[in-house]
Write a protein that binds this ligand. Structure first.
Ligand code: IPE
Ligand code: IPE
Ligand code: MG
Length: 247
């Protein structure tokens, strides 16, 4: 483990890592357990990635915890997930404070059960002065929801004559998204072998490096993160240019 970690070039760390935590259900099924058993065991992996990211010096970590589409799952699973969120946040706030990590949430929080929303808002409030790393939970989030919302905000400004349509820029959009205060992710990791975005950070991932790994989320460890970062560091991010321009 030290071995992989020691190969990471700290000067070239991704500033922001975004993760689609996928494969809890399949992990449980492999063990002949109900799907929610997988969700419960996914919490350990959240601890692993949060701790490892903070230790390395990553500044922003966004975790996709619940998509707007996930409401379509059986209600037992949805309810269990919502309760698990309350319990986990309540339990982990102390550790977040000890490790100087600030909690944020993106997504339509108004649709969450009130207990879940309260646990979340309490966690956000009690960690708001922490400065080492920002941990952003995407909850009842979807990229299209966010882009639509931003569009409505911008349209309202145009209607109020606070903004001219021809003055709308990428920066105008970025400022209207729920991720306005965070830089775009440099690295996006999805576990479980699926190679799709599932409505995650559609605007923000335009130039991120993607790492799709076969590991199911509950099995994700610090070493998996180190491997993803090492692969990321071997890529050349050209942003439309050619190699020779990058030196
Ligand atoms: C990811 O695991 C967790 C959430 C979407 C909440 P899944 O529950 O999607 O697990 P699989 O993909 O069915 O294995
Ligand atoms: C994406 O995973 C959402 C989260 C990880 C929270 P899903 O498992 O819901 O995605 P699909 O439905 O397989 O694309
Ligand atoms: Mg899934």
């Amino acid at each position: 483990m030290e071995n992989l970690k020691s190969q990471i070039n700290i000067a070239k760390l991704p500033e922001h890592i975004a993760v689609i935590m996928d494969g809890n259900g399949r992990w449980a099924k492999q063990k002949n357990q109900p799907r929610v058993f997988g969700h419960r065991n996914g919490v350990k992996a959240v601890r692993e990635i949060t701790e490892a990211s903070a230790e390395l010096g990553v500044k922003y970590l966004t975790l996709y915890a619940f998509s707007t589409e996930n409401w379509n799952r059986p209600s037992f699973e949805v309810n269990t997930l919502m309760r698990l969120l309350v319990d986990t946040i309540a339990k982990e706030v102390k550790t977040l404070n000890k490790n100087n990590i600030r909690l944020h949430a993106i997504g339509d929080l108004s649709k969450l059960p009130s207990r879940t929303r309260k646990a979340l808002l309490d966690g956000i409030e009690s960690t708001k002065d922490n400065t080492r790393m920002d941990l952003i939970l995407a909850l009842n989030y979807s990229g299209r929801w966010d882009i639509l919302n931003a569009t409505k905000t911008i349209a309202q400004k145009v209607q109020n004559q606070e903004l001219k349509a021809e003055d709308i820029t990428e920066e105008t959009y970025k400022a209207a998204l729920s991720t306005a205060q965070f830089p775009d992710p440099d690295l996006m990791i999805r576990t479980s072998g699926e190679t799709r975005l599932s409505n995650f950070l559609l605007w923000e991932l335009s130039y991120a490096e993607f790492q799709f790994i076969r590991t199911l989320w509950p099995d994700f460890t610090k070493n998996h993160l180190y491997e993803c970062i090492l692969n990321y560091q071997n890529k050349e991010r050209r942003f439309g240019m050619i190699s020779e321009q990058l030196v």
